[in-house]
Design a binder for this molecule. Sequence first.
Ligand SMILES: C[S@@+](CC[C@H](N)C(=O)[O-])C[C@H]1O[C@@H](n2cnc3c(N)ncnc32)[C@H](O)[C@@H]1O
Length: 320
Amino acid sequence: MASAWAEEIKEHNARYHDLAAYDYDDKWGISYGGLGRAQVLGKVRRALGEEATGLGRALEIGAGTGYFSLNLLLAGAIDSAVATDISQGMLDELSDTARRLDLAVETHRCDATELPFDDGEFDLVIGHAVLHHLPDLDAAFDQFRRVLRPGGRLVFCGEPSRHGDRLASVPKRAALAVAPVWRRLIGARRRIELAAGNDEARELWLEHVVDVHAFTPGELSTVAARAGFVDVRVHGEELVAGWFGWLNRTLESTAEKADIPMLWFQWAHRGYLTLKELDTALLEPRLPPAIFYNLLVSARSPATARSAGEAAYAVTASAD
Ligand SMILES: C[S@@+](CC[C@H](N)C(=O)[O-])C[C@H]1O[C@@H](n2cnc3c(N)ncnc32)[C@H](O)[C@@H]1O
C-alpha cells in the first residue's frame, strides 16, 4: 500500500503540473517543429545507442504537454502513442496540441504505478523528466516491465543527476551574486515578491516539493535491473550547456519578466544550443555520466517472460 508521504507527493505533482500546464511549453522552449524533433530523436538515439526508428506502439509516462510523444510521432519513429500523466491539465494541453498537429494520441490520467493497461501491450515505454517525481520507483518499474512485450524497450531521458545537480549549484549561486548588476545593465526591475496565496506563489512553493530524487547512474541502472530489465545502459547529457542554462534562468527569475528584452532571450537560447552541440560532440563521449546534468537510461524487457526475481542483473551502466 502507498505511504501517506507517497500520496502527498503525487497530489503535489498533480496540483503543480495542473497550474504549470498553460504556459509550460513557452517556459521550457518546447518545440513541435524541426528543432523539437531533432532534440527528441537525438536524446532517444543516445539512450538506445542506435537510430530511433521503428519503435512501434509507445506508452509515455508523465507525458506532460507531449514533448516526447508528439515529436516521436511527427518524426515517424513510433507507430502510435498512448500518453499518460497524473495531471489532467498537462494532458489537456497535449490533446490540444495533438489536434492542432493533426495527430492521434490516446491519453489516460493515471499514476505511473497504476497503469490501466494489459500485460505486454507496448513495444516501448518512454518518458522525459518524470522518474525524479515518482515516490515509489520500484513499483513504477514493475509496471513498466509488466506492460512491455518480451524484448520491448524502455527509454527514460532528462533525469537529474546527483553530482550534476551539485555542480549546477555553482552557476546558480554566481547568478544570484551578479543579478543586481545584470538587471541594471538590461534595465529590468527586481521581481516583486509574490503575495502568499495567489496561483503563482502556490506554483512556486509546489515547485520545491515535487522533485523527490536526483540519481547516480548506478541507482538508475539498479532500479531497472531489480525490476527484471536487461541490457541496462545509462548515459550522461549536458554539462556546459546546463551551467549556461541555469545561470541565465536564475538571472531571469530575479527580474520582472516584462522588463527582460527579447534580445536577451534570443541570445540565451542560441548560446544554449551552441554549448549543447559542444557537449554532444566533445564532452559526452569522453567524460563519465555521473558529472553531467541529465541522465538517460535505456533497457530491454527480457525476450522470454521471467519473474523479476529470476532476472539477471545484466547491468552495463558506467559506475558512479
Ligand atoms: C517535468 S514534467 C515533464 C513533462 C514532459 N515529459 C516533458 O518532458 O515536457 C513531469 C511530468 O510528470 C508528471 N508526473 C509527476 N508525477 C507523476 C506520477 N506519479 N505518475 C505519472 N505522471 C507523473 C507530471 O504531472 C508532469 O507532467
